[in-house]
Write a protein that binds this ligand. Structure first.
Ligand SMILES: Cc1cc2nc3c(=O)[nH]c(=O)nc-3n(C[C@H](O)[C@H](O)[C@H](O)COP(=O)(O)O)c2cc1C
Length: 358
């Protein structure tokens, strides 16, 4: 379960009947714009480009409860997304061996072998579709408060782009990034990123990367110190996304190499708003928003399911063996994780706002 005031749970397995979500304490009266929701879900859906798995899913949600006359009612919202394109045979061939880097062995231990292993079961990247759905539902709630969210890819493999500067983070830039298949700041880097994915794919391998997500229009003073700080709550939502192995705000780990005079973001006031030219602290101080743009980066590991032969153990951990993973897998998760992380940030911020004011 994710969230303090807003409560989100996600259910389903990759190759079962379907997946979905239950969201409690949503604000009532949010308009459900089906076209916008389907467009947002399509940003995450596989099968659109050579960068992702050829598994195609329509990813159209069916609302079971919590929506009436095109608006959220505020009572628990349940939505189901059917699984229409499953090919379990690919997994049956390999499922007696645990995929290194995936949750086959840990899932088996956690559920004493009763869990549905097909396609990663509940640990599949497919379970991020409901996260995108809740983000698409809540995006207009934040927009109405002047808060916009977007993201760009900082790195795929060895191809690296620059990071966002505080002053350039505008709703227009974030909306432009959302329209790009590979959202990057520097022209031409996307081609280098494609080449990194292509070369890994050719080798039967995979690559990871870094995504920087940003929020603009946040008021100063949101969040609480320590346990319910904005960094704590956003990190929790980010680490819920499979394959995220690191989360950092502003300059993150690079702050460790700086001097105080470099790392401190000099503040100035303009038109009644506190601003800063740099954003080394990611727009958060003491767990509380400064009112400058929030930036948070996530390290995404390379897709664990790769065709290259690897040493491993049987699912129960009792015998050694080898595995060559078959099935349809992304050679790089990063492009599809962009809308997922945007949605994780939307959910965390909406929860913080609702916990603060409502
Ligand atoms: C959008 C998305 C798509 C993913 N697709 C795949 C995939 O095709 N194959 C795979 O092995 N892992 C995929 N993953 C990653 C696994 O689900 C994840 O690595 C696994 O559950 C283990 O969790 P952990 O990496 O967080 O420890 C995907 C993750 C995301 C966010």
């Amino acid at each position: 379960m994710l969230g303090n005031r807003l409560r989100l749970s996600v259910f389903g397995e990759s190759h079962g009947e379907g997946i979905g979500l239950v969201a409690e304490n949503l604000p009532s009266g949010i308009e459900i714009d089906t076209c916008a929701i389907v467009a947002e879900m399509a940003r995450r859906a596989p099968g659109k480009s050579p960068l992702s798995t050829p598994r195609r899913e329509a990813d159209e949600p069916r609302f079971i409860s919590g929506v009436y006359k095109g608006h959220t009612t505020g009572t628990p919202l349940c939505a189901i997304i059917e699984n229409t394109n499953t090919r379990s045979a690919d997994y049956e061939r390999t499922e007696s061996f645990a995929r290194p880097g995936h949750a086959d062995f840990t899932g088996f231990k956690r559920y004493s072998g009763f869990n549905d292993l097909r396609g990663g079961g509940h640990f599949s990247g497919r379970l991020t579709a409901p996260i995108v759905l809740i983000g698409a539902i809540l995006r207009p709630f934040l927009s109405a408060k002047g808060i916009e969210i977007g993201a760009h890819i900082v790195r795929i493999g060895k191809a690296e782009d620059r990071r966002l500067e505080s002053g350039e983070i505008t709703p227009e830039l974030l909306s432009r990034l959302r329209a790009q298949e590979l959202p990057v700041l520097t022209c031409g880097i996307d081609e280098k990123m494609r080449a990194e994915v292509g070369s890994a794919k050719k080798d039967g391998d995979s690559v990871g990367g870094i995504i920087e997500t940003a929020a603009t229009g946040l008021p100063a003073g949101l969040g609480d110190p320590m346990f319910d700080g904005v960094e704590s709550l956003v990190s929790r939502a980010f680490f819920a996304v499979p394959a995220v192995k690191g989360v950092a705000f502003g300059a993150g780990f690079q702050a460790a190499e700086m001097r105080g005079s470099e790392c401190n973001d000099a503040l100035y006031t303009e038109n009644g708003r506190v601003c800063s030219k740099t954003n080394n602290n990611g727009g958060i101080l003491g767990g509380i928003t400064v009112g400058t743009p929030l930036t948070v980066s996530a390290a995404i590991k390379p897709t664990p399911s790769i065709a290259i032969k690897q040493k491993t153990v049987t699912i129960d951990g009792n015998e050694n063996g080898e595995i060559e993973v078959r099935g349809r897998h992304d050679p790089c998760i990063v492009p599809r994780a962009v809308p997922v992380l945007e949605s994780a940030l939307i959910f965390a911020l909406a929860d913080i706002i609702m916990s603060s004011y409502e």
